[in-house]
Design a protein around this ligand. Sequence first.
Ligand code: ZN
Length: 243
Amino acid sequence: MRCRVIGMWGGYPKENGPCSGYLIEQGNFSVLVDCGSGVLMEVQKYIDLNDINHVMLSHYHYDHSSDIGAYLFSRLVNTKIGRANEHLQIYGPNDEDIKRKVEEVEYSKFSSFNEKSEIHIGPFTFTFLRNIHPVETYSIKIESENSKIVYTSDTSYMKELIDFAEEADLLIVESSLYEDMDGSSSGHMNSKEAGLLASQSKAKKVILTHLPHYGDLENLLKSARNEGNENIDLATPGMLIEL
Ligand code: ZN
């Protein structure tokens, strides 16, 4: 299994860096997890949009989902001109408005998931944990035969994440805030909490994501590593992690 970081900025994209998006692949099979602002343009550096038929959305904040509308139109156009022959399957938390918006565009379908769901897509199994965030949001675990990726999406620190992420081969953990900032009230983690989760879960490799646009990110990284797991790096657009 491999993970390509497409984007990792919290809130809004930078000039050359999108918001959340991760391309999870094994062999020729690809699933896009989150599709925030800037992702649809950036992901085409690595794969044809018609070669992704499954998109998993952790929640519907714009920095995780806003490019999905254009993705639906791309599938519509490419099906009509004969370049795509499968529908685009979108998965996300239950939301009638989103389902209607997805399915009113021809050649796209929507399926919802919740904490009890187990979704099998190609070589992957997806399971979910409900987060602490202002809207319904899930941490996502992706397992293949030999490896396991856990992506926290957006959440305040919570103990349930330790088990959920236990011994993940790759933990993609949000670190929206610096150590001296409070995440518990905003539905986010600071760098100390992200580092703590990395350490407590014994994740084998960790990347910090959903990064802030201000401050010195090296300090963010240092603070996370201080919690005991040294195998932590900052996510960057284009970063490839092979498991
Ligand atoms: Zn959010």
